[in-house]
Design a protein around this ligand. Structure first.
Ligand code: PEP
Ligand code: MN
Length: 356
């Protein structure tokens, strides 16, 4: 295992005062962070909370850049935000989760940022609609913006969970496949909603091969005017980063390579068997479909399916399997089975799915 430092962007949720910005930025520079973030305009879910200092905070970011040599960035949600950032000389911005859900706003931002050379990071939308995220990137690309990155910050849900936003890591994996080579960060602060969860989520993101992290850090987290519970003081952040490990894609160690390829071979065989088993299960299900058709019996017998599911879940549990996983797999098998039986039942001339 190789330990390297991931790419880190850090800074307060909001720029609150020149003193808070400078103290936080100095603390971050001391722990080796090169890119500073701070929200100038805050898209608060409910009105009446701190909505950011607005344009008067931009010179504070310029000062961080000029005095400390750090790169600085903030969130933009409208053409006027982009214009103000350009005037202040910012060369990096991000589109927040409440904005990437809205194609009108993303288009407006793509138009305003086109041709400026500004680096644009796109956070995932607050809901688990990966197509909206893809669409936001495509809107930038269509305006010739190639200098962009992605930030995964999880998605909100009605139920209260451990994390403020559900990680839905498969969204990140999907985007990574669609946009290979595009810088990809995770925001464990908004994902976790609590400073205590930031280390585990950061490690998980790096284990998935993401390139780095955007983390909220405040010189006095408990005094923060927004997102106080999820911010880390710069020194705490430094300790956390030192504890992270980046695992390599591969290893030069021949014993490791051999052991992994042996296990992969076992997986390949198991997968082959799984496909064969699924095919024979489907053949039996078709036979049942033919019997139901001859006897004019409905396809779906819910009580039978409840029994099948219950015994699979309890068998799975004795073998250490997650009940939700077993339920998902069996529900997928069941819907495919029902679809096959339905097509047999509705096939009037006796031809069943290409079979005579
Ligand atoms: C932020 O980064 O401060 C922010 C508001 O994040 P998000 O858009 O992910 O909620
Ligand atoms: Mn925040």
């Amino acid at each position: 295992m190789d330990i390297k430092t991931p790419y880190i962007i850090a800074g307060p949720c909001s720029a609150e005062s020149e003193d808070q910005v400078m103290r936080t930025a100095r603390g971050l520079k001391d722990i080796g962070v090169g890119v500073f973030r701070a929200g100038i305009w805050k898209p608060r879910t409910r009105p009446g909370n701190f909505e950011g200092v607005g344009e008067c905070g931009l010179p504070w970011l310029q000062r961080v850049h000029d005095e400390l040599g750090m790169r600085v960035c903030t969130e933009v949600a409208s053409t006027s935000h982009v214009e103000a950032c350009l005037k202040a000389g910012l060369d990096m911005v991000w589109i927040g989760a409440r904005t990437s859900t809205n194609p009108f706003l993303v288009q407006e931002l793509a138009d305003a940022l086109s041709g400026t050379g500004v680096h644009v990071m796109v956070k995932n939308p607050i809901n688990a609609d990966v197509a909206l995220w893809v669409g936001a990137v495509e809107r930038l690309q269509r305006r010739g913006i190639e200098n962009f990155g992605l930030i995964h910050r999880g998605v909100s849900s009605f139920e209260k969970m451990r994390y403020r936003n559900s990680p839905q890591w498969q969204m990140a994996v999907h985007m990574r496949r669609l946009f290979p080579g595009v810088p990809f960060l995770c925001d464990p602060s908004h994902m976790g909603g609590n400073a205590a969860y930031v280390p585990e989520l950061s490690q998980r993101a790096l284990d998935l091969g993401l390139d780095g992290l955007m983390i909220e850090s405040h010189c006095c987290p408990s005094c923060a005017l927004s997102d106080a519970s999820q911010q880390l003081a710069p020194e705490e952040l430094g300790r956390m980063i030192a504890g992270l490990s980046i695992r390599d894609d591969g290893s030069a160690n021949p014993a490791f390579e051999r052991a992994v390829s042996e296990q992969r071979a076992r997986i390949d065989t198991i997968d082959e068997n799984l496909v064969r088993l699924l095919a024979s299960r489907m053949e039996v299900s078709r036979e049942i479909g033919r019997l139901k058709k001859e006897n004019n019996v409905a396809v779906l017998q819910l009580s039978r399916w409840d029994d099948v599911l219950e015994s699979a879940i309890s068998e799975g549990q004795t073998l250490g399997m997650d009940p939700d996983f077993v339920r998902d797999v069996f529900n997928a098998i069941h819907s495919a089975s029902i679809a096959e039986q339905n097509s047999i039942l509705h096939d009037d001339d006796g031809k069943e799915n290409g079979r005579q």
